[in-house]
Write a protein that binds this ligand. Structure first.
Ligand code: AMP
Ligand code: SF4
Length: 465
């Protein structure tokens, strides 16, 4: 998963705005960050680094850049390893001019494209699938960069939400299924494109609309020019997991507030479970896993009428534990990050809400710590259906064998995690809570309905890592 941002102005220098917007998109990727812009000589330049935005980039330096259009990226690798060569935007000054690309998503045919391009003489600098798009553009020197990009995107399969900087202007493009979000914003005469609308608020810009699935939008001195990819799949596939976990709650995606959707997931979960507290019949309070279960936890408490307790404390100064390379490091990471407040749990029956169980590591460790606090009963509620299948469209999920719900029944998971009971949100309830018709949402990690099953045409090579 990654975050992308682009800014276009006729009059203002925008690199510092892109830097600040990347901070608002930091939750979408913490491995590396980068910004690219076109300089006075018409050449593309970039600053990239490993780590968080403030570690990777220098705000002072960027505030002095005199570029009126720029793009940025925060990375969380799903395809290609975690290294500086794979940091984006990916940039080149080729025969037809400068080009810089920032990509969120995974191309499902990246391996095939790469082989084909290497046979045609392309030398890849990175292992990221985004570079294939750059080479496809450069292999069409007879076309303008914008036309070459549009043709290149006709060949890309899978998920892409892109911002691209060309001499002709700033381009925003989204795959025809619309897996990953991409939004258009505006402040005065300046235009912005962002993975999530939360970055617009920070800049005082407002959300205009979503970049449509299959749309290629060119922003330049002529305003907005829109064209569409030829491939028009019968169904859209906006990622439902963006609403469950990934997106920031203050974003609006596909016209739906992520916060409201998440709270409704909690409400519906409560409705299906009642005030359930196991043998006692009614729990003493609702707690949540911060921050991933907070909004659904609020919804659960409101619907059930039970008190809401901030009973698990999150250490704000440690990063994410999900993608740590070994299980032991992941486990230690969870212990450093989350700690239950023993005063609240002791002797009580609690409902603990989180957004999802993937490997079950986080829940297992937090539950064992809560047990050490002498909780009387603990009932876990998950505000999404069981994650049983990996994602090939840009979200980092482990292989099927590591997914706890792919191996165990709900009762077995409850026993493995150590809770008295476990319940998940039903898939139809999740879809209703999101408020977008089910046939416009991707739910593949919950039900295994990948594109190739539905449309017979997409060969899925899967993520490299
Ligand atoms: P696990 O510990 O493997 O069961 O992971 C579940 C926790 O990780 C939940 O608290 C989720 O909020 C969070 N999570 C779920 N999916 C992802 C993801 N793709 N990347 C990072 N964190 C995730
Ligand atoms: Fe989102 Fe899951 Fe579909 Fe991946 S498989 S795009 S995480 S809903």
């Amino acid at each position: 998963m990654c975050g992308v941002f682009g800014a276009y102005s006729e009059t203002d220098y925008v690199t510092e705005e892109v830097y600040l917007a990347l901070q608002a998109l930091q939750h979408r990727g913490q491995e590396s960050a980068g910004i690219a812009w076109i300089d006075d000589r018409g050449r593309v330049n970039s600053h990239k680094g490993m780590g968080l935005v403030h570690e990777a980039l220098n705000q002072d330096t960027l505030s002095k850049m005199t570029a009126t259009s720029a793009i940025g990226h925060v990375r969380y690798s799903t395809a290609g390893g975690s290294m500086l060569q794979n940091a984006q935007p990916i940039c080149a000054n080729y025969a037809q001019g400068p080009v810089a690309i920032a990509h969120n998503g995974n191309l499902t045919n990246a391996g095939g494209l790469r082989l084909e391009l290497e046979h045609r003489g392309a030398i890849f600098q990175s292992t990221s699938d985004t570079e294939a798009i750059l080479h496809l553009v450069a292999h069409q020197p007879d076309k303008s960069p914008f036309d070459a990009l549009a043709c290149a995107l006709e060949r890309a399969q899978g998920a892409f939400s892109l911002v691209v900087l060309l001499e002709e202007g700033l381009v925003a493009a989204r795959d025809p299924w619309g897996f990953r979000p991409l939004a258009l914003g505006r402040k005065g005469e300046n235009y912005y494109v962002s993975s999530e609308s939360c970055a617009f608020s920070l800049l005082g810009a407002t959300l205009v609309r979503a970049v449509e699935p299959g749309e290629i939008l060119l922003i330049n001195e002529n305003g907005l020019t829109s064209r569409y990819l030829r491939n028009k799949p019968p169904k859209r596939k906006l990622c439902s997991f963006e609403f469950v976990y990934f997106a920031r709650p203050d974003s609006v995606i596909g016209g739906r507030s992520v916060y409201k959707a998440r709270q409704e997931m909690g409400r519906r979960l409560a409705r299906s479970c009642g005030k359930l507290g196991g043998s006692a019949g009614c729990a003493d309070f609702v707690a949540y896993m911060p921050d991933s279960g907070t909004t659904a936890g609020i919804g659960y408490a409101k619907e059930s009428g039970l008190p809401f307790e901030s009973a698990v404390v999150r250490n704000r100064y440690v990063g994410r534990t999900f993608i740590q390379p070994t299980q032991r490091v992941r486990e230690l990471g969870v212990r450093v990050k989350l700690s239950p407040n023993g005063e609240i749990f002791s002797g009580k029956s609690a409902i603990l809400v989180d957004d999802s169980l993937v490997r079950g590591t986080t829940a297992g460790l937090v539950v064992s710590m809560i047990r050490e606090c002498n909780a009387r009963e603990l009932h876990m509620r998950i505000s999404s259906p069981p994650v049983k299948f990996p994602c090939y469209y840009g979200i980092d999920t482990p292989s099927r064998g590591e997914l706890i719900a792919a191996k165990l029944s709900v009762e077995e998971i409850a026993a493995s995690v150590g809770v008295d009971s476990l319940a998940y949100l039903d898939k139809d309830d999740m879809i209703s809570a999101i408020g977008i018709p089910g046939d416009e949402l991707c739910t593949a990690c919950f039900d295994g309905t990948y594109l190739e099953d539905q449309e017979g045409s997409i060969y899925c090579e899967g993520p490299e890592g």
